[in-house]
Write a protein that binds this ligand. Structure first.
Ligand code: M8O
Length: 245
């Protein structure tokens, strides 16, 4: 399908996700080059990685993989050479292709430690990773496109059930861990997972009034420049009718 040659994957441009945060801090830096993110504007796993790239001020090229058109570009033989599961995101970096959003976040954290997306202490790290895993393994996979496509009637109710169940646990954990954000006043991997999940919760009409701490944290996070830049409404492949400035 020409993904590697830049054929069928339409959007291929240098996308400065971190521009807003760089301007806010008054400098433009090129901390990394030759980084390519294969992404879909409203894939929550892609979105997590976009936020990390923006927070860490890392420049990258955005290659759009359309998850719906023509049965999904992620299912092409060519894309599966990069990502055998046919999932987004994939990140080309340092001569390798990395897959799965949380391991990608961990790699970026090791390679670009500042600003850190994990607390310093081991218990804090374990707690942040646990929050991230609630979203990553107990919510999002159960409401992902490839699961819902197996359903006929009742798929919205199924998605709502698992999002609600997961957010109840998440909210309970935040009673112990939250400050301004999910874990104290530091933006962590837990926050990167939370924001896209709330978008999906709204998409499936979950009653969000039952999650006051989640709502408070979410409202703070979405104001941060990196979260603004990574939002699905501002990506190269955002459909015109969903685009914001
Ligand atoms: O435009 C579409 O409807 C297709 C795909 C998605 O939303 C992405 C997901 O499958 C959900 C997710 O990543 O959480």
């Amino acid at each position: 399908m020409g993904i590697l040659a830049g054929g069928n994957i339409k959007t291929s441009l240098v996308f400065r996700a971190a521009t807003a945060s760089r301007i806010m801090r008054g400098h433009i830096s090129d901390r990394a080059t030759d980084i390519v993110l294969y992404s879909y504007f409203r894939s929550s796993a892609s979105w997590r990685v976009r936020i990390a790239l923006a927070l860490k001020d890392i420049k990258y090229e955005y290659k759009a993989v359309h998850l719906v058109k023509d049965g999904g570009e992620q299912n092409s033989e060519e894309y599966k050479k990069l990502n055998p599961m046919g999932f987004v995101p994939s990140l080309e970096i340092d001569g390798h292709v990395l897959t799965q959003s949380l391991p990608i976040l961990e790699y970026l954290e090791e390679k670009f430690p500042q600003p850190s997306l994990l607390p310093k202490d081991s218990i804090g790290k374990a707690q942040v990773r646990a929050l991230a895993e609630i979203v990553n393994s107990a919510i999002q996979p159960l409401q992902n496109l490839n699961v819902l496509q197996k359903f006929g009637e009742g798929k919205e109710e199924w998605a709502r059930f698992f999002i609600e169940r997961g957010l109840k646990g998440f909210e309970k954990m935040l009673e112990a861990t939250a400050g301004t954000y999910c874990y104290g006043d530091q933006v962590t991997m837990a926050d990167l997972c939370l924001v896209p999940q709330i978008y999906n919760a709204n998409r499936f009409k979950v009653d969000m009034s039952q999650f006051p701490i989640v709502n408070r944290v979410h409202d703070k996070l979405v104001q941060l420049p990196a979260f603004v830049a990574a939002d699905p409404s501002r990506q190269p492949d955002t459909p015109e009718d969903m685009r914001k400035n």
